[in-house]
Design a protein around this ligand. Structure first.
Ligand code: AP5
Ligand code: MG
Length: 210
């Protein structure tokens, strides 16, 4: 899943993963889990995440490659937030092809910058199970409480407006070049992420069928 911060990658990745019964692997979620557990990796990553910068590749790439090598990934998996720059994409391709494997699709969730900042200020997520909501667009049944596990919803530290703007700048500079990278490989499929969540899902499922 490719797209700007807040484009809806995590929301859609969860739905795809549930439908195909494959893992949803978000590098951002892995870093946040480490942060919560107070691991060394979490402490190191936090410095970059709080600033809205990318965590260095030395900390990210091996962690991701270890994760996709696990048994539950044998049937496939949804990557969300990785790769996030050209060097990460190149390492991923190299590693996958060494195992006679490859990326099947790059789903680019397209949302213009002007929609992002307001979207992010309304995001709430579950600190326990990771479910994602929005105070206006995707409300939980009971305000402030996760539908799936009953935990009180929280706001992400990096969703402050200033940090969101920085994350957007980093996206345009380092991540957006991947659009061209996957286009050239014939793997890019762009969906309109400004539409209703269910419509976005429909568009993605119609792509995954072919
Ligand atoms: P990460 O956690 O990946 O954050 P991100 O890419 O900035 O994306 P978000 O998770 O903020 O947004 P999303 O696209 O998942 O949107 P969501 O579905 O939540 O990364 C965080 C940090 O970790 C990075 O800044 C970096 O420091 C580090 N990091 C992670 N991976 C890295 C890597 N590979 N290399 C280096 N560093 C890395 O939706 C957003 C909101 O919109 C929600 O409220 C949702 O309910 C709502 N919404 C969703 N769809 C719709 C819709 N169609 N209409 C209306 N609202 C919608
Ligand atoms: Mg996400």
């Amino acid at each position: 899943m490719l797209g700007a911060p807040g484009a809806g990658k995590g929301t859609q990745a969860d739905i795809i993963a549930a439908k195909y019964e494959i893992p949803h692997i978000s590098t951002g979620d892995i870093f946040r889990a480490n942060l919560k557990e107070g691991t060394e990796l979490g402490k190191k990553a936090q410095v970059y995440m709080d600033r809205g910068d990318l965590v260095p590749d030395e900390l990210t790439v091996e962690m991701l490659l270890d994760r996709v090598a696990k048994d539950d990934c044998k049937k496939g998996y949804v990557l969300d937030g990785f790769p996030r720059n050209i060097p990460q994409a190149e390492v991923l391709d190299k590693e996958l092809s060494a195992h006679h494997d490859a990326v099947d699709y790059c789903i680019n969730v397209d949302v213009p910058d002007e929609n992002i900042v307001t979207r992010m200020s309304g995001r709430r997520s579950c600190p326990k199970c990771g479910a994602i909501y929005h105070i206006v667009h995707i409300k939980p049944d009971k305000e402030g409480i996760c539908d799936k596990c009953g935990t009180a919803l929280t706001q992400r530290e990096d969703d402050r407006e200033e940090t969101v703007r920085k994350r957007l700048a980093v996206y345009h500079e380092q991540t957006a070049p991947l659009i061209d990278y996957y286009e050239k490989k014939g793997l890019l499929r762009t969906v309109d992420g400004t539409r209703d969540m269910k419509k976005v899902t429909e568009q993605i499922f119609s792509i995954l069928k072919d």
